[in-house]
Write a protein that binds this ligand. Structure first.
Ligand code: ZN
Length: 337
């Protein structure tokens, strides 16, 4: 396997390609502990860490429902998932439902430990996990095994072995309840609307509107500092953002990054559309990158701009300007396993 093909695959789920670093460095391992924040009476955000050179965790949103806690996404690393379990312990309320916005490992990796702690939990997700498990994740695991065998770097090996262990949890990662269409649902006694978006970030993404609080968990349909395009169909993603703008939310919680007002989301959506337009024009990658940074303005902190640039230096050629056959694969073409 070439470094390039490994890099492409690692980038797909680990997002470790930026800067060419394939594992946490010693300095980057020391990162601020994520602190949960209360977004409303019944809604708590546990922010996922997303740092250069390290595997990310997606944000987790915990909603207190009449029958117990609903966890929207469960992170990847044990320390992130432990924060979820700790909060349940502190509140003295069991986690009765998990809703996964999509199958990427930084959003479902905590499902097995949550199941162990709360055996009665039910996991809701789209139908895309089975396909990803049989296709993408199987290929990814094989490449991880090869990478471990060929590496002398203990921290890289440990990170890859951690990924293999998550994948090997198999069915414990996947759903008990499959969501196949947008609609109102009552889960654990709480009134939700769950949206189903086909061929956007993955083959099928979910978003969750908590009607009582007005909080919208957007999953990776909205991410900062850049859209994470590894398994994306860009045109389908833009359509999904149109759907989100029609949802009556008060606060949008991205899959990665801080919560957004409606106005901030409108900025994100316009910037996403402009990025796609730029990438399909004759403009240089650099011009498209600077356009994104400019359009997002204060939504990307000064300290994150270098990271955002490195990510887009990877994503524009590998995704937005990928050959049509690659995009077709993620947009519902024949070979999308
Ligand atoms: Zn993510």
């Amino acid at each position: 396997m070439t470094t390039r093909s490994l890099s492409r695959l690692i980038g797909a789920v680990l997002l470790m390609t930026a800067g060419g670093v394939h594992a946490r460095s010693t300095t980057e391992a020391v990162s601020p502990d994520p602190v949960s924040s209360r977004l409303g009476e019944d809604v708590v955000l546990i922010p996922g860490r997303f740092l250069p050179g390290a595997q990310p965790d997606g944000n987790t949103i915990l909603v207190t429902a009449p029958a117990g806690l609903i966890a929207i996404d469960t992170g990847r690393h044990a320390d992130h998932t432990q924060l979820i379990l700790d909060l349940a312990t502190r509140e003295g309320v069991p986690i009765v439902a998990v809703i996964n916005t999509h199958w990427h490992l930084d959003h479902i990796g905590g499902n097995p430990p949550v199941r162990t702690a709360f055996p009665d939990v039910r996991v809701w997700a789209s139908d895309a996990f089975a396909e990803a498990q049989a296709g993408f994740l199987t290929r990814y695991r094989a490449q991880l095994v090869e990478a471990v065998a060929g590496s002398e770097d203990p921290s890289a090996k440990a990170a890859w072995q951690g990924e293999i262990a998550i994948i090997d949890a198999g069915a414990a990662l996947g759903p008990d309840r499959i969501v196949t269409a947008t609609g109102a649902r009552t889960i654990a006694g709480r009134s939700l609307e769950i949206g189903y978006e086909s061929h956007a970030v993955t083959a099928a993404d979910l978003w969750v509107l908590d009607r009582l609080s007005g909080a919208l968990a957007a999953g990776d349909l909205v991410t900062l500092p850049v859209p994470l395009l590894d398994t994306a169909c860009p045109s389908g993603w833009l359509t999904a953002l149109d759907h989100l703008s029609a949802v009556e939310f008060e606060l949008l919680i991205p899959g990665h990054g801080a919560p957004m007002t409606r106005e901030q989301f409108a900025t994100y959506r316009a910037a996403f559309a402009a990025l796609l337009t730029c990438a399909s024009s004759e403009q240089s990658d650099e011009a498209c990158i600077e356009g994104w940074i400019h359009d997002l303005g204060p939504l990307i902190q000064e300290s994150e701009r270098g990271f955002a640039r490195r990510l887009l230096e990877y994503y524009i050629p590998s995704s937005l300007r990928a050959p049509a056959v690659t995009l077709d694969r993620f947009c519902g073409g024949d070979a999308h396993t």
